[in-house]
Design a protein around this ligand. Sequence first.
Ligand code: UDP
Length: 324
Amino acid sequence: MSKVLVTGGCGFIGSHIVEHLLNTNQEVVVLDDLSTGSRSNLPTHENLNIIIGSVLDKEAVNEAVQGVDLILHMASYVGMKLVYKEPAQSYNVSKIGTENILKASGDTPILLFSTSAVYGLAATTDISEDNKISLERAQSYDGDVKSYSSGKWELEQLGHQAIAAGRKVMIIRPFNVIGERQSAAYGMVVPNFMKNCNTGIPLTIYDDGEQTRSFSCVKTFTKTIFKLLESDDAWVSPNNIINIGSHHIISINKLAHYIKTKMQASSPIEYIPYDTIFPNKKDVRHRIPDTKLLTKLVGEVNWPTVEEIIDGLLVHERATAQAR
Ligand code: UDP
């Protein structure tokens, strides 16, 4: 049995990662300040120790890293709404939080969760790993202030320094992960549209709705992470900066219509310019990963389509409602 630290383990993705670790009989330490995560995302389990604290708190970090064999570092601000409201904090949690974790944990192998947002605004449907992304490019996503994407860019630089010093580091760039337990509170499109359909309020599409994404199922994403962790090659430069995401592309217009039809909702669909909601910021027009490296490392990943993910979420929602 190994002991694994998951920072941000009470969050949406974190809780799926922790669940997998517990199911495979690992001992898990979670460090989470519950800023966006929730204690109720995780079970009570004899192999799980939850430390409520921030990655910015060195004492909490020191306590969390004691005796761990592996660190999965994903503590971060999430969602455009929160990130836009608190850019500096969003930047600091990634930059200073990652510094604190790396410094406190010696040479323990570490997986750093970056983001596909580091690719900036470049409108592309086949984004391949670029290990030399400039800060300017990452920051274009942030509206040219230091915020979420710049903070994750700093996380990557800290990762590169640790790699150069001989540490086992893997950096992953997730693409629009969705699924059970994703909160609607921070602006993500799928839980928002589903919540609005449930309550009959309008679905608000930003700009013309022809922007595209490839939404990635959190369960498939989690399985893929664990395959990567087991791959020796994935820890070796230059393989250790990896896009993780689906290839199924959908426009936000199609997504809204699919959810509305599936949920038989009366919610109208409305359009609003992106910069009315987020002044001085531009939306990413297309964000689809090139996953040749991922396929080389773990084989072809069988990503469900967004329609299949939404169908599954609706089944889960109904089962949960019936159980209450
Ligand atoms: N979006 C939208 N309406 C919403 C929330 C999001 O039209 O209520 C759009 C957003 O502009 C983006 C896409 O949906 O083009 C995905 O947004 P999300 O916040 O889920 O992830 P992002 O790709 O921005 O990281």
